[in-house]
Design a protein around this ligand. Structure first.
Ligand SMILES: Nc1ncnc2c1ncn2[C@@H]1O[C@H](COP(=O)(O)OP(=O)(O)OP(=O)(O)O)[C@@H](O)[C@H]1O
Ligand SMILES: [Mg+2]
Length: 505
């Protein structure tokens, strides 16, 4: 299928055919097909471990395919490293950006690209400001800010800017919104629209159906490393895509069945520190309490305070009727608190250990000691959750660092779900997790509640908070802006509280 390289109107910017990649016994990609067209967004979907990131790494020249061909503008290309991909006008925006801590945003953006601006610092800053403005990010990031000061969302924006400043013809995004808040997602979507009008071909990996239907022109689905098909967005549906990804219809949508409530397990009385202020909150045994709010509302900080990562400077934490001093994570573990943090990779995984070890260990971060729970029953339970959450790994002996991003998330969750603590804190439990495993996680949360576990779920996805919670606290500006019982909670009421902490306070 040869294209005329002289023909500038050729709509197919990139074609990948028969792409195959093995990692030892793991067949990550088997004969995958992908077409990216100028001015179009092609979404890439599939369960965790389906091969999406591996395909993008091949496009980026990080990996050589074992078989198959890449064709750009009708010409076969072979990439031996990312520099080759860049020279061909192709940029891949990584799932986990690498940011140099000691230099500015400007230097981080133009690293490896200084040829286009020279080494004059003033010129570099000026150019960076122009670029930030051109793409609408000047409101959320400063050219002079140090790499080390950047939030996860800002790091992601730096990574995106690195790609667009080189004016590539093809850009691939790997789950770009997983660390962004709603406002930043809006800016990213505007940027993608702008790229489209400039005729750039875009690949976009995401697990969020709503994003896909908003952005994509076409959707390519992978399953277990195999190519399932490509659909135009106006010719497919949510249900059809799920069937293509999972290979079956998902049984009816998750339905939470509230459990009988027991004693109060967690009570916060006026808890405050540098991040949160005057927090009053209770969670009873068998109860699932949701915490909603915008990015920066203090939700993760509150979880980390309860878990002992941050110190309480006013008020008290009462666990099962007893005031507890929680000064470090070990204290909260001793008090029966389990905590799956938002940044699971950085905070909760031993990448060089096996899936089995990671699923079975309880981490005492502050004392940098690792306690392996050597309890056969608990290990068996961890293994059971590995199966239930469909963690895609050749065996439980595989190193966690070799798993796909979403499967790493599932390992941390499996550990905490299997531990059955008295109180379980889950921060964004389904971020980056595929649609099939999501409903399984909701079902496990429901089961744990029925076994008498008190559960707190922080989530930015409103349908998720509304779906799993018996009661919802809404945070704004480090405080509780309001509390809604399940029966009164709607997306509108949550948002009204999240945006103004004086509405009902
Ligand atoms: N370096 C590696 N060594 C061994 N196996 C690997 C390696 N990289 C990826 N794999 C395996 O290849 C498969 C595909 O992984 P990939 O990261 O492409 O999945 P993904 O579709 O991006 O998933 P997610 O949605 O979780 O990000 C997985 O089974 C993964 O464990
Ligand atoms: Mg991935």
């Amino acid at each position: 299928m040869s294209q005329d390289p002289q023909h500038p109107t050729d709509p197919i910017a990139l074609r990948a055919t028969g792409i195959t990649k093995n990692f030892g016994p793991v067949r990550a990609l088997k004969g995958v097909e992908l077409e990216l067209r100028a001015g179009e967004v092609t979404a890439l979907m599939g369960e965790n471990g389906a091969g999406k990131s591996t395909l993008l790494k091949i496009l980026n020249g990080d990996y050589r395919p074992d078989d198959g061909e890449l064709i750009i503008d009708g010409r076969p290309v072979v990439f031996t490293d990312p520099a080759d991909a860049r020279a061909a006008g192709l940029r891949v925006i990584a799932q986990e950006p690498e940011i140099i801590a000691a230099v500015s945003v400007a230097e981080n953006i133009f690293v490896g690209n200084l040829g286009t601006v020279g080494f004059n610092r003033r010129a570099l800053l000026r150019r960076t400001r122009e670029e930030l403005k051109r793409w609408g990010f000047d409101r959320v990031i400063r050219a002079e800010a140090l790499g080390s000061s950047l939030s996860p969302a800002q790091r992601q924006i730096v990574e995106i800017m690195r790609a667009v400043v080189s004016r590539p013809r093809i850009i691939c995004f790997d789950e770009p919104t997983s660390s962004l808040g709603d406002d930043e997602v809006g800016l990213l979507f505007a940027l993608i629209r702008q790229l489209q009008t400039e005729g750039i071909a875009i690949a976009y990996v995401s697990h969020r159906m709503a994003e896909i239907f908003r952005l994509a022109d076409r959707i390519t689905v992978l399953r277990d490393g195999a190519f399932v098909g490509t659909k135009r967005v106006d010719e497919t549906s949510h249900e059809e895509l799920v069937r293509m990804m999972v290979g079956r219809d998902l049984s009816q949508f998750f339905h939470r069945d509230p459990a009988p409530l027991g004693d109060t397990v967690l009570e916060l009385r006026g808890v405050g520190n540098q991040f949160v202020d005057g927090i009053d909150l209770t969670v009873r045994a068998g109860e699932v309490v949701g915490i909603a709010g915008l990015v920066g509302a203090g939700r993760s900080e509150l979880m980390k305070t309860i878990a002992g990562d941050y110190t309480v400077t006013s008020g008290e934490i009462v666990i099962s009727g007893q005031a507890r001093r929680i000064r470090q994570p070990a204290d909260s573990i001793r008090a029966g608190i389990g905590f799956a943090p938002e940044e699971r990779k950085a905070e909760a995984l031993l990448l060089q250990r096996s899936v089995r070890d990671n699923a079975a260990l309880v981490v005492l971060k502050s004392v940098s000691r690792w306690i392996f729970v050597d309890n056969r029953a608990e290990r068996a339970l961890a293994q059971e959750y590995v199966t239930r959450l469909r963690i895609r790994t050749p065996s439980t002996e595989q190193l966690v660092g070799n798993l796909s991003g979403g499967n790493q998330q599932k390992v941390v969750l499996a550990r905490w779900l299997a531990t059955k603590p008295k109180l379980l804190l889950l921060d964004e439990p389904t971020r980056g997790i595929d649609v099939g495993a999501k409903s399984e996680i909701y079902a496990i949360i429901d089961e744990l509640a029925h076994q008498g576990v008190a559960v707190v779920v922080v989530s930015s996805e409103l349908p998720e908070v509304l779906g799993v919670s018996d009661r919802i606290y809404v945070m704004a500006g480090g405080r509780i802006a309001g509390e809604l019982p399940r029966a009164d909670a709607t997306e509108e009421r949550i948002l009204a509280l999240a945006m103004d902490d004086e509405v009902l306070a």
